[in-house]
Design a binder for this molecule. Structure first.
Ligand SMILES: Cc1ncc(COP(=O)(O)O)c(C=O)c1O
Length: 403
């Protein structure tokens, strides 16, 4: 085996399909969002970022940053161990209680990231519940899919947001057989929302547990920002709520919350929880501050939705091939990987607008797109400039709603 040839051939294949990932080298600047500095070709230029998941710009909030800095000075830079072996600090304990309160559940459990929370919790539940069958929405995130794979449990993939298909699959299974329905509150690449209340009703009817990923909803949805399940008033209907602190919260980390025994079971059995160093206590302190701002963040959420709605009203007046949804993420479809990259490069070089191309395997082949995220930090001028640039570039490639 010529190892280097193998790697080079793989990379060449990605390049030939236009799917080779090129990272944009950004320098974020506190207080300047959505602007950032772009380092490239020995120069540095200011760009407007249109694809960040720092949805509420809380990563640059002075109170959150100060909380993190002060806590690092108090507790140090790292946690010093796994949760079981010296790595449980008081802020971790406080944060887990705060997560449970936030979602009106009995207990919370922290993970290093949302990815790890999904993989660890789903794989642990599905591999330990005897004969568990997982029913998973076809558009679930890679971390949920990996959790299902690692569990080696039998799985049924139901069509995206399709209640009839889910019910048809549930009907085939004995009432007594353990079942886990895994779905997402707001789908990351399409921006659409799950029919979460109806899924929970089916779960009750067919005796299944429900697991919802609220990663793209916490912070922005619900009266206190506790996600789609809060908005729909079904927090008590969902068995396991998963979320993260890296998007709306502007920090890092993931979690699950649910009833005491279930959470204690995952705490006691999940490899991805047990065998890894816990997050720095200073991170937990920053998250607690961020959570406080979110819980009292009605004004911030109103600003967020005002900008999202303005963007949606304005894009609706154009011929751009965007996807409508009830969510805050707006995909504008291209349908070809190389073209998608070319369009993003033109926006970046010509207009200083940064949107990362989204290609396979993140979305299916033929659905390559620009995924646009709006924050309260974007002004109406930013939005108008973006739409003007998008219309110019899409028109050059004859991409429109009708095409
Ligand atoms: C739906 C969904 N779940 C989970 C994750 C993983 O979360 P994290 O970035 O905190 O690992 C992501 C993306 O990052 C996501 O889009």
């Amino acid at each position: 085996m010529h190892y280097d040839n193998f790697f080079a051939t793989y990379l060449q294949h990605l390049k030939s399909e236009g799917r080779y990932r090129v990272f944009v080298n950004l320098e974020r600047m506190v207080g300047k969002a959505p602007l950032a500095l772009w380092h490239h070709d020995q120069i540095v230029e200011e760009v407007v970022v249109w694809c960040s998941n720092d949805y509420l710009a809380l990563s640059q909030n002075p109170e959150v940053v100060e909380a993190m800095v002060a806590a690092a000075q108090t507790y140090g830079s790292g946690s010093g161990g796994t949760r079981n072996i010296s790595g449980t600090s008081h802020p971790h304990v406080k944060l887990e209680q705060a997560i449970a309160n936030f979602h009106r559940k009995e207990a919370g459990l922290l993970f290093s990231s949302g990815y790890v929370a999904n993989e660890a919790a789903i794989s642990t539940l599905a591999s330990n519940l005897p004969g568990c069958i997982v029913l998973s929405d076809e558009k679930n995130h890679a971390s949920m899919i990996q959790g299902i794979r690692n569990s080696r449990a039998e799985k049924y993939i139901f069509r995206h947001n399709d209640l009839a298909d889910l019910e048809a699959k549930l009907k085939q299974l004995p009432q007594t057989q353990p079942k886990l329905i895994v779905f997402t509150a707001v789908y990351s690449m399409d921006g659409d929302r799950a029919p979460a209340a109806e899924i929970c009703a089916l779960a009750k009817q067919y005796n299944a547990l429900t697991f919802i990923d609220e990663v793209h909803a916490v912070g922005m949805y619900g009266a206190s920002g506790a996600g789609l399940s809060e908005l729909l008033g079904i927090q008590d209907q969902v068995d396991i709520i998963q979320g993260n602190f890296a998007k709306g919260f502007g920090v890092i980390g993931g979690y699950i919350t649910g009833n005491k025994n279930l959470v204690d079971f995952v705490r006691s059995a999940a490899s991805g929880f047990i065998f890894t160093t816990s997050m720095p206590p200073a991170t937990a302190v920053a998250i607690l501050k961020s959570m406080e701002l979110i819980e009292n963040g009605q004004k911030l959420r109103a600003q967020f939705w005002q900008q999202v709605n303005y963007f949606k009203q304005q894009i609706a007046k154009t011929d751009l091939p965007y996807r409508e949804s009830q969510g805050h993420i707006v995909p504008v479809v291209v349908g070809d990987a190389a073209l998608c990259k070319e369009i993003c490069d033109r926006l970046l070089y010509e207009d200083k607008i940064y949107i990362q191309p989204i290609n396979y395997p993140t979305v299916p082949v033929g659905q390559e797109r620009l995924r646009i995220t709006i924050t309260p930090a974007h002004t109406r001028d930013h939005i108008d400039q973006l739409l003007t640039a998008l219309q110019r570039v899409y028109a050059d490639y004859k991409l429109s709603k009708a095409a």
